[in-house]
Design a protein around this ligand. Structure first.
Ligand code: AP5
Ligand code: MG
Ligand code: ZN
Length: 215
């Protein structure tokens, strides 16, 4: 299954993608995670991406598209994938369709998770991350021991772009550049909408119901 997860920052794309990736045994591809890994490793790509990410803007399409182009050609993608945070512009969506066509594939479903801007700001201000990839929330999804990852015992940290000013910019960017994708995928009859204001578990159940009815 080739799944796209669409939604504003903080809607729960990463949280749901990790669960679905395990359930369906298909890779979880997050362009945001790829950029953050590169920032951590201080690669030239990381240096470039950081300038945009810290400002709450999108990394240029050509850079993002090159990364996805390469990632799609890795062996594990043959069985499908969950794209989290890509595509994010109309150009990316059109080029993604082209890329998949070259591989004799297409997007099967677009899972659109939405929530109000107010709630998203709250979600992101309470988010805590671990280096192992696990994500927590101070109130909604807290670790068993404060500030420590349940899985690997490492100290949790706050994502650089989760500062309130940057979150506001990310939301502006979402409404301007990514929202038009809802129409794009509605026209292609691929979209399924989910209320991201429900609990993590409820949202997962609703998504699984839809996916399993199609599998
Ligand atoms: P990216 O990493 O994709 O960030 P984002 O889209 O801003 O989304 P987030 O990761 O912040 O939110 P999420 O929806 O994954 O929520 P999560 O599950 O963590 O992108 C970062 C930056 O990279 C971009 O700003 C851009 O600069 C660049 N970039 C990335 N892709 C790009 C592209 N394609 N083109 C150009 N630039 C690109 O959940 C959030 C919090 O809420 C957590 O604490 C979680 O525990 C909690 N939570 C989740 N679901 C629920 C729920 N149902 N109820 C209660 N709490 C919940
Ligand atoms: Mg995410
Ligand atoms: Zn951890």
């Amino acid at each position: 299954m080739r799944i796209v997860l669409l939604g504003p920052p903080g809607a729960g794309k990463g949280t749901q993608a990790k669960i679905l990736s395990k359930d369906f045994n298909i890779p979880h591809i997050s362009t945001g995670d790829i950029f953050r890994t590169n920032i951590k490793m201080q690669t030239p790509l990381g240096e470039l991406a950081k300038r945009y990410i810290d400002a709450g803007k999108l990394v240029p399409d050509n850079v993002t598209l090159d990364i996805v182009h390469d990632r799609l050609r890795q062996e594990d993608c043959a069985v499908g994938f969950i794209m989290d945070g890509f595509p994010r512009t109309i150009i990316q969506a059109k080029m993604f369709d082209e890329m998949l066509k070259e591989l004799n594939a297409k997007v099967d479903i677009v899972i659109n998770i939405t929530a109000s801007d107010n709630l998203l700001v709250k979600r992101l201000s309470g988010r805590r991350m671990c280096q192992c990839g696990k994500t927590y929330h101070l109130i909604n999804n807290p670790p068993k021991r404060e500030g420590i990852c349940d899985v690997c015992n490492s100290p949790l940290y706050i994502r650089d772009d989760d500062k309130e000013e940057t979150v506001k910019e990310r939301l502006v960017t979402y409404h301007k550049q990514t929202c038009p994708l809802i129409d794009y995928y509605t026209e292609g009859k691929l979209i399924q909408n989910f209320d991201g204001e429900k609990t993590i578990e409820e949202t997962t159940r609703e998504i699984l119901d839809v996916l399993k009815s199609r599998a």
